[in-house]
Each structure stands twice: as C-alpha cells, then as structure tokens.
Ligand binder design. Structure first.
Ligand code: SAM
Length: 402
C-alpha cells in the first residue's frame, strides 16, 4: 500500500463527495513550505517526490512506518530518512535478486507539475516560466489567477511572487486546491484561494466570502494586483472587473491562456475596450535540440565523389555491354567483369558523402564540426498566450521624478 497521509485520506473523502469542514483543513498540522524553503535531508513528515522513471514521479509523505511499493519491489521509507535529497535508494528485486532503485527528490513547482493529481488541464513549465518572465514576476509582484484548476501554475507563482490571489468556481476543486495548498504550507506563506465565479462576481474578497483569507479590522482585502493570469474558457467576461482590483500607479500585466484563436480574438476585443495596451499574442512551440558532430568535407572530397560517380557509370555501361554480348553468344555470364575500382580515398574506401564504409561520429581520423539538429515536429503547443499591459493613473508625480 502506498503511504496514505492525512492529506490523501481527506482527498479521498473529497473525491467521494463528502463534505469536509474548513476547520478540519485549517487544523491540519501546518509546516513551512518545502516548495519555497530548501532543505538537505529527508525527514519524517516531509512531502517527497519519488522519481521512478521519466514521466513516473509519485508524491509521498515520509512516514517511518510506511513503504513505497513499485512493480520492482518495496522501498521502506525508513531507508530514506536521514539521506540527502536526490539520493538513490536501491533494493534487491523480488525473484531475480537484481537491484532496483528510485531517487527521492525535494518538491519543486516544476516536479509538482509533472506529478500532481490532474483535476483539470494544467499549465506546464515551458508556458508558466515564459508567462512569469513576460509579466516581470518577482518578489514584489501581486498576482490574480483564475481559475486555480489543479494548482499547477499556482505553485510556480507562489515560489516567486509576493502574493497570489487565486480563484476557482468549482466547489470540489476549490476544496481540493485549498487542502493541497495548506498541506504544502502555501496558505501560511503567500497564497489566498477564494471560491468565486470571476466572470460573474469579479475579484474583490470581502468578509463572509468563501475564502482562505483571514480578516482583522478590514471588511475587504486590498488586492493591488500588478499581474493577472486568466486560464478560463471566457476570459473576456472577467476583464472588465479588473479595474477595481489592479494597482493604479504601476504598469500591470495581464496574460490570458486560451487554446483557440477565436478566444484570442474575443479577448483582444475586450482588452481594447477596457483600455489595455501593448496587446500581443504569443505561441510557445517546444522542440528538442540535439547537439551532433558533422564531418567537414573538402573540395577534394567533392571532386573525388564526382570522379567516383563517373567511374561507376562507365563500369555500368561496360558491364551492360558485356552482358548483351554474352546473351548473343548464348552464355549466362560475361567472359570477363570490369576490373575492380580503386579505393575512393586513402582512408580505406571511405566515401565522405554517405556511401561506402561507415565512419563513427567523432572518429579522430576525420575533421568534425559541432552542429544542432532540431526535431521537425512541434510537440508542446497547448494554448495561445495573449499579453497586455495597463497603467491606470498616468498623472505625473513630481516627488518621484525629482
Ligand atoms: C484549465 S483549468 C486551470 C488550470 C490551472 N491553470 C493549472 O495550471 O492547474 C481552468 C479552471 O478554471 C475554472 N473556471 C472556469 N471558469 C471560471 C470562472 N468563471 N471563475 C473561476 N474559475 C473558473 C475551472 O473550474 C477550472 O478548474
């Protein structure tokens, strides 16, 4: 059995549609976020990501009494405790007695994106990293995100920005994301999640709303957002609500993530109508670049190749003539075959244009240059990214200018 933390148990209950009181979520043992604080050693209670193979990473809560099961065998958590994050843990496999191993990794937003439980489509790192740098996200950025979905992008924002206000209108997804953020120590840090249809009701967070925000004397939260990320089916319906909640005296960036060009069209229309500027649409296309060595060929090689073609042609003509003659004489084979050709070059019949003896890439007997080969297929298109900026208060402030 996989180790089942309290988090996982609550998660299962949520999946079965059971109502879990918020107090229960809040009372869960809170700890510092492993997503923002790095540590060296694996400890009891840690959230660890177990790398089994590329594309197979599992999240577990380390518990000395539990084990991590794979098809190759069982890895007791107690063998992991006290080891450095990144360590390889090996066991003897059942039956064969050979070794099987996993690596225990510290959670990062990038690894979480690869291992999280999918409740929706998610934003992957090639997009999220580009969006964050385009919107100049840093330790002073205050971000509005809708919808939260599976919380993939929320984890990346949470590591970088001052404050993240994320909104989700699906009640079960809201509860699940809230639970996950709490478990990952993000609610204590800089993340607020609110149950909200942002297209209908905008972004303002008030006392009495269903939200993880806590209130002291104030009736509503001051959002003062400087960046907005909308991953919604109809972002154009949310844009007119932004004026109330974005910073007035700073350049605010917005990015809308939409899979269809028709959505981009409607979004741009709404951005223009609501006074957003510098509108630009970007598509991220991911390709693998492979570093290879290519043989450097000289003019002499090319000439030798031409001579070789000519020689082969003449040999072919001669052979054909001999065969016709043999046929006339009623023989099956010609009396004589053309004399064998000379080797192409001194380097043992090597033909630098592909035919003949194969040469291993990098063979020190030949000259090579480093080249890049790209995959012809584009794999990672997920959505179009529409960016825009807005500066609401354009008045000159002499104190700042002086
Ligand atoms: C594609 S998912 C977002 C995935 C997220 N960006 C991630 O990386 O995990 C879109 C989410 O938006 C939510 N949503 C759709 N319309 C909404 C609205 N008007 N207000 C708030 N959330 C909404 C959906 O319930 C869904 O969970």
């Amino acid at each position: 059995m996989l180790a089942m933390s309290r988090h996982n148990k609550l998660f299962h209950q949520l999946k079965k549609g059971k109502n879990i009181p918020l107090t229960c979520i809040y009372n869960m043992a809170s700890h510092q976020s492993q997503f923002t604080e790095y540590k060296d050693l694996i400890q009891e209670g840690d959230l660890a990501l177990i790398w089994i193979s590329r594309g197979n990473i599992k999240a577990v809560t380390i518990d000395a009494k539990e084990s991590f099961n794979t098809r190759y065998g069982t890895f007791p958590h107690k063998d992991m405790i006290g080891k450095q994050y990144g360590s390889q843990i090996a066991i003897r496999t059942r039956g064969t007695g050979r070794f099987a191993f996993v690596h225990v990794l510290q959670p990062t937003p990038e690894l979480w994106t690869l291992s999280l439980p999918h409740r929706t489509q998610i934003v992957y790192t090639p997009d999220s990293s580009y969006v964050m740098q385009r919107m100049n996200c840093g330790p002073h950025t205050r971000v509005l995100e809708a919808g939260t979905g599976s919380g993939s992008f929320s984890h990346a924002f949470a590591r970088t920005v001052e404050k993240l206000f994320t909104y989700e209108f699906h009640p079960v997804r809201y509860e699940q994301a809230m639970l996950e953020f709490k478990e990952h120590g993000l609610l204590n840090e800089n993340v607020t999640i609110t149950l909200r249809d942002v297209c209908e009701d905008g972004f303002t967070i008030k006392k009495g709303d269903k939200t993880s925000a806590t209130f002291d004397d104030e009736d509503s939260k001051e959002l003062e957002a400087t960046a907005v990320f909308l991953d919604l089916p109809a972002p154009w319906d949310a844009i007119h609500h932004l004026d109330k909640v974005i910073a007035q005296d700073q350049i605010v960036s917005v990015c809308c993530f939409s899979p269809c060009i028709e959505q981009v069209d409607k979004t741009i229309e709404s951005l223009e109508k609501n006074g957003w500027a510098n509108i630009e649409m970007v598509e991220i296309q991911g390709r693998q670049y492979e570093s290879r060595r290519q043989m450097v060929r000289s003019i002499e090689d090319a000439m030798e190749r031409c001579r070789d073609i000519k020689r082969r042609k003449q040999e072919g003509i001669e052979l054909k003539r001999l065969r016709i003659e043999a046929e006339h004489k009623g023989e099956t084979k010609p009396d004589s075959e053309p004399t064998p050709r000379e080797p192409f070059t001194e380097k043992s019949k090597f033909n630098p244009f592909g035919k003949g003896t194969r040469v291993k890439e990098g063979d020190p007997n030949f000259k090579w240059k480093q080249v890049t080969k790209i995959e012809s297929e584009i794999k990672s298109h997920t959505s179009y990214l529409t960016f825009a900026t807005k500066l609401s208060d354009k008045s000159r402030r002499d104190t700042v200018v002086q």
